[in-house]
Design a protein around this ligand. Structure first.
Ligand code: PEP
Ligand code: MG
Length: 892
């Protein structure tokens, strides 16, 4: 009956497109099963079942029977029963959400072992030590994750057992030691959890399933999701998989592998292998692994088979895959695969490599990279000319150049970073409890674990610099210091870590710009060495994006220098020149004079002094952007921004009075400041309102623009200015300003004998402007959405204050996943943009439409602006490459 919900899927029933339902791990296990690869049989409980549990606190009624039916089938296939005393079937119970959340949720291995079946397992495997080792692992994992016992207690007991025997590694403990340890572990469970370790295998399995469901909502999982912007309501699937054993002796083992190097994209043999070990040992960085290539010597047959499978997977997924595998007594088993995480640089290289191999086309290549990765590649790196003191070397796990004070625990990392310190978190190895410390730190340094250790995987995911497995570091977290070949680094000492080379330095190493920025600046071209390979890949992907994108990309720039940089970065014009930036510094005094002017004469004098300066600014700007449009916005900010601070000025005047030192100008200023003081300046006298109440101000600016354009024309240039009026709320405002502007332009054209073809448009940054966009378009030749002010006024959020005051609480409560000032609020602000676009175009079909708020450079928002049909986005010069790329991705 198709109407009855199905909560359990056998691995043979699923496929890779069912990630929503089966989670990433379950979907890919099914895909591999159906590809005929050696996957241990099993089944997956859906995310829907998890959602029911999380909503109601109970498993769905049908789940138990469905699990029983699938367990029966699994037992028949395997020829043994779960926990059967003489020949037990053992299973792993693994979490697996739609999006990978490494180490964040629960997994329990060896379910089915008990006092009775451990004996059967020993007989069946002919290895008593192995059986008891598996049993102690079960009690430990189950105790910690399912019953909530402090994991340290088990670790301590294990350490004590090793010390008592005077050995250092757990493989030196024999069956008798492990039997004793099991007894002790059971005692720990009893006293800490207040119940016995369950002997009924089905009870073990059901409790483990429930605990996986619940692990969706642990604090660390929630924190990770917020960081990675993973929705909180997806739930996790649960995979029940028959156990295979990597700890059966030297011809067994477990490992992880990549089909390409996740740091460079190069093809080759990349991964780590750990002999005679089980499950999470590799990822947890507990013991040191050997490079995967050494498996060829250890077990050639399995190695060859693994290489074959990796090729199958790459061709099938058409992408870099990462893999977890286990070898049980010479038999290879695939435990997991997924499209692998990679560094930002590798993403670009792999995308172009796959195009060259004919596996994907350019449009698909664009989907394999994103703007956040490009932004990351534009970070600076260490100056290789600088004098440095090398402290040690580890594995380059996640690129970047990080400098900060050494801290040895997460708590201090968070505390110090809150007080504005930059810190490097140094640990022997990290575990999921270190997550907030990792977020707070500039970079992460560990002394143990490989490229697939927790620290490496999580740091790569966060785009944070990480060096791991720097073995010469002796990290002493208790004494908050580390020793490296005799050098002692105490908490608070500055260190520098290079996530691209794995090098660790004493002190602060100076940082230089990234090769990708050098390339955009035109100072570097694609060649042969490693950095050039990256640049070549970026160059090609940018070309793919530029070929397909419909959105044009302009810059927010106020001076020739920024304009020229923007042009080098690919800007197709200026979308916003904020003229207020031209009135700062020494020109502030002239604006003061304008504000203080009592008579027409005084005012005209002040404007007359400003005109030539403005004109010169524009000439430079039009020259820098010759042949491309330049949108000049007339003065926008409230006037008090040009006047002295009210408190400071009051104090100055009061002190002068006390000294009987009368300063007429200061007194007039103070009067003006009082008069212009507003409770809500952002809602006060600013934007078009200034143009309407200060006679001659906008006319002066329009004249400067027109005369500058005329001069450029006469110099055989190609100036394309567009005049933009800010903060319009009604078409009447715009009409009045336009009449005056048209008159000034006509005068300049007549006087200079030029045909300037200036266009006049407006910003749409007030709700009323958006709501009456159809009327406003009568008087505007273009709209530019000012989504900063529009967000401020639609939400009623002060753009200057709220992010520091209550947004953290809003983010924590999940009211939004990201600040609406950063990513456009599609439902609210976005819907106003959408309807204003429609209304504006209905009035004036050739209306030009753009956006110049901060959102113009935000990846997700760029996709939205593409979708609603804008002509261009405008953003700060450094974000232009990101906007170009995302505009291409949106169109591809
Ligand atoms: C805006 O409001 O979105 C805008 C671009 O103008 P400003 O940020 O200068 O207010
Ligand atoms: Mg604005």
């Amino acid at each position: 009956d198709p109407h009855v919900a199905k909560f359990v899927y056998d691995f043979t029933e699923g496929n890779r497109d069912l990630k929503d339902l089966l989670g990433g791990k379950g979907a890919n296990l099914a895909e591999m099963t159906n590809l005929g690869l050696p996957v241990p049989p099993g089944f997956t409980i859906t995310t829907e079942a998890c959602k029911v549990y999380l909503d109601s606190g109970e498993e769905p009624a049908a789940l138990r029977d469905e699990v029983s039916a699938h367990l029966d089938a699994l037992e028949q296939k395997m020829g043994k029963k779960l926990g059967q005393a003489d020949n037990p079937l053992l299973v792993s119970v693994r979490s697996g959400a739609k999006f990978s959340m490494p180490g964040m949720m629960d997994t329990v291995l060896n379910i089915g072992l008990s006092d009775a079946s451990v004996v059967g397992l020993a007989q069946q495997a002919g290895d008593e030590r192995f059986a008891w080792d598996s049993y102690r692992r079960l009690i430990q994992m189950f105790g910690k994750t399912v019953l909530g016992v402090d994991g340290e207690l088990f670790e301590e007991a294990l350490d004590d057992a090793k010390t008592a025997k005077k050995v250092t590694v757990d493989t030196d403990l024999d069956a008798a030691d492990l039997k004793k340890l099991v007894k002790q572990f059971k005692k720990i469970v009893k006293s800490e959890a207040g119940r016995d370790f369950p002997q009924d295998p089905r009870e073990q399995m059901d409790l483990a399933i429930r605990s996986v469901f619940e692990s969706w909502n642990t604090d660390r999982a929630k924190l990770y999701r917020r960081q990675e912007r993973i929705p909180g309501d997806l739930g996790t699937a649960v995979n029940i998989c028959s156990m295979v054993f990597g700890n059966l002796g030297p011809d067994s083992g477990t490992g992880v592998a990549f089909t390409r190097d996740p740091a460079s994209g190069h093809q080759g043999v990349y991964g780590d292998y750990l002999q005679n070990a089980q499950g999470e040992d590799v990822v947890a960085g507990i013991r040191n692994t050997v490079p995967l290539a050494e498996l060829e010597q250890i077990d050639k047959k399995s190695y060859d088979q693994l290489m074959q499978i990796m090729e199958t997977l790459e061709t099938h997924y058409k992408d870099l895959c990462d893999i977890e595998f286990t070898i049980e007594s010479g038999q290879l088993w695939m435990l997991q695969t997924r499209v692998g995480k990679r560094t930002a640089g590798a993403a670009f290289r792999i995308a172009t490599q796959l195009v060259d191999q004919g596996l994907i086309d350019e449009a698909e290549a664009l989907q394999r990279v994103n703007g956040a990765q490009l932004a990351q590649l534009m970070f600076p790196r260490f100056d290789d000319q600088a004098k440095t003191e090398l402290l040690g070397r580890g594995i380059a796990a996640s690129p970047g150049a990080a400098v900060g004070k050494a801290v040895f625990d997460s708590y201090t990392a968070v505390k110090w970073s809150r007080s504005g310190e930059k810190v490097i978190l140094i640990r022997r190895e990290t575990n999921p409890d270190d997550l907030d410390g990792m977020i707070a730190a500039e970079g992460i340094l560990t002394s143990r674990g490989g490229k697939t250790s927790h620290a490496a995987v999580v740091a790569r995911g966060m785009g944070k610099t990480c060096v791991c497995g720097a073995e010469e570091l002796e990290v002493d977290t208790k004494r908050r210091r580390m020793t490296v070949n005799g050098t002692v680094i105490e908490e608070g000492d500055v260190v520098s870590i290079d996530g691209s080379t794995g090098k660790v330095y004493v002190g602060e190493v100076p940082v230089v710009p990234s090769p990708v920025v050098e390339y955009f600046e035109g100072r570097m071209h694609a060649g042969a060495d490693d950095a050039d390979e990256l640049v070549a890949a970026v160059h090609r992907v940018m070309a793919y994006a530029d070929r397909v994108r419909r959105l044009r990309v302009r810059a927010n720039a106020d001076n020739a220098e920024d304009a020229l940089r923007a042009r080098r970065f690919g800007a197709q014009g200026i979308g916003l020149c904020r003229t207020e930036h031209m009135f700062l510094g020494e020109r502030r005094e002239m604006v003061e004079k304008l504000i203080l002017a009592d008579t027409d004469d005084e005012r005209e004098n002040a404007l007359g002094a400003l005109l030539p300066l403005q004109k010169k600014d524009f000439i430079e700007l039009f020259e820098a952007m010759d042949g491309l449009p330049v949108t000049v916005r007339l003065l926008d900010p409230p006037l008090h921004e040009f006047l002295p601070d009210i408190t400071e000025l009051s104090v100055r005047v009061a002190l002068a009075e006390a000294r009987k030192d009368h300063n007429e100008n200061d007194l007039r200023l103070l009067q003006a400041v009082h008069k212009l003081h507003e409770q809500n300046p952002m809602l006060g006298l600013r934007g078009v309102r200034l143009g309407l109440v200060i006679p001659g101000l906008f006319a002066m600016q329009v004249r400067a623009i027109a005369e500058a354009a005329a001069e450029r024309k006469n110099a055989k240039g190609d100036p394309r200015p567009e005049i933009m009026i800010p903060l319009v709320g009604t078409v009447q405002e715009l009409e009045i300003v336009r009449e005056e502007a048209d008159r000034v332009i006509a005068e300049v054209q007549a006087a200079t004998g030029t045909d300037l073809r200036l266009t006049i448009g407006t910003m749409i940054e007030l709700p009323r402007a958006a709501l009456t966009a159809g009327q406003i378009a009568e008087a505007a030749q273009f709209f530019s959405f000012g989504t900063n002010d529009l967000t401020q006024t639609v939400w009623g959020f002060s753009r200057d204050d709220v992010e520091a005051s209550f947004f953290t609480a809003y983010l924590e409560k999940g009211i939004f996943g990201v600040s609406p000032f950063e990513t456009i609020d599609k439902d609210g602000v976005g819907s106003l943009v959408r309807s204003a676009v429609e209304a504006g175009r209905a009035t004036r079909p050739d209306l030009k439409l753009g956006v110049c708020g901060e959102h113009g450079g935000d990846p997700e928002s760029v996709h939205f602006f593409h979708e609603v049909g804008l002509d261009y986005v405008s953003c700060s010069p450094f974000r232009i490459p990101v906007a170009r790329l995302e505009a291409g991705r949106a169109a591809a």
